[in-house]
Design a protein around this ligand. Structure first.
Ligand code: DTR
Length: 338
């Protein structure tokens, strides 16, 4: 008669313990700078869902899009100091801070976000540069190749003369070489700069035509295939160290998969965005001649040497990093196409 009671008591204790563990789920904050509709935030929500599902609810993620917790420029410091547990940074917004990983921002003619994002992941895994050593890298991805979106038509490169265009990172140098006036600022400040007429357009990937409704103001699009912008999703180191091993493994297993998911999402989304812009605002799309593409290549070539110089100054083996990146790029292009 006593045995079933003891068993019942033991079972109830177990249920209570399990419930307590489930209730003691850790909630982490995840900050992002652009609005919720943009691809860095779409990937954030996808990651959150996957993490919550795969950890069986042991880890909950509270997301803060649109600079509601940290903005584009204080994101890195904010994660390092624990103002947010997780944050998404665009590396070109921090000149000189990421000498190794800024290799992804060079003009090496990436044509697919999936290829660029997986390449970035592999470069990081192989070199584990010290510049990201004081945070935990959760995933990495890039934007799609950059093009010009402007209020006035850029039918040919010579139309760029003196035109103020918002950009960041290596694209500012490329624009300078082409006679345009690059104005550096994070994407989150661009809507206001366009509204106020501080700039006549921007250089980024076409997703923003729809996601920021830039197509309304920038009715002219010129395909230039300029560099991609690399991004990193980083976690505060102490926060990472405090996580249980099984949760760490779940997050580690998700890193590369998330890079690929984001690349695939964006490759599809830029096509949707351009089609939407044509339909909604009848935007005009210009292509350049082969000779003009060659001119961009020639005028950007110095950037690779400049990057090598900076990387060497930072004590890095620049040639190996660059060659590895080109080899990973070629491998993924062979696997997935350009
Ligand atoms: N870091 C980028 C690239 C970018 C492309 N699409 C978006 C959307 C939201 C933020 C950034 C981006 C840039 O600044 O252009």
């Amino acid at each position: 008669m006593r045995r079933p009671i003891i068993l019942l008591a033991a079972a109830m204790t177990l249920v209570c313990l399990l419930a307590a563990t489930a209730m003691a789920a850790t909630t982490l904050t995840y900050a992002n700078f652009p609005p919720a509709t943009t691809f860095p935030c779409i990937q954030m929500e996808h990651w959150k869902e996957e993490v919550e599902k795969r950890t069986g609810g042991a880890l909950a993620i509270q997301t803060f899009p649109g600079s509601t917790l940290l903005g584009a420029k204080n994101m890195l410091r904010g994660v390092q100091t624990g103002q947010a547990d997780i944050g998404c940074i665009s590396l070109p917004y921090y000149p000189g801070v990421f000498p190794a990983m800024s290799v992804l921002n060079l003009p090496v003619a990436f044509t697919s976000t999936k290829v660029a994002s997986l390449t970035m992941w592999d470069v990081y895994q192989k070199h584990r540069p010290a510049e990201l050593g004081d945070v935990k890298v959760l995933t990495l991805f890039t934007s799609a190749p950059s093009n010009i979106m402007s209020k006035e038509p850029v039918r040919q490169l010579s139309d760029l003369k003196g035109m103020e265009l918002r950009a960041s990172g290596s694209i500012l140098n490329i624009l300078a070489g082409l006679g345009a006036q690059g104005v550096g600022m994070p994407m989150s400040q661009t809507p206001e700069a366009l509204q106020k007429g501080v700039v006549k357009g921007l250089v980024s990937s076409f997703d923003v035509l729809k996601d920021f409704n830039f197509a309304e103001l920038c009715r002219f699009e010129t395909i230039t295939n300029m560099p991609v912008y690399p991004f990193a999703v980083i976690m505060n180191k102490a926060c990472w160290d405090a996580l249980p091993d099984d949760v760490k493994k779940t997050l580690d297993d998700l890193g590369r998969e998330q890079a690929q998911w984001t690349g695939e999402y964006l490759d599809k989304h830029i096509n949707d965005s351009l089609a939407w812009s044509k339909e909604q605002y009848q935007v005009e799309v210009f292509t350049l001649t082969e000779a003009e593409h060659e001119e961009i290549r020639v005028k950007s070539a110095g950037l690779v040497d400049e990057w090598k110089g900076e990387a060497a100054k930072a004590g890095l083996d620049a040639d190996t990093i660059l060659n590895d990146m080109l080899a990973f790029k070629a491998k993924y292009e062979a696997e997935f196409g350009k």
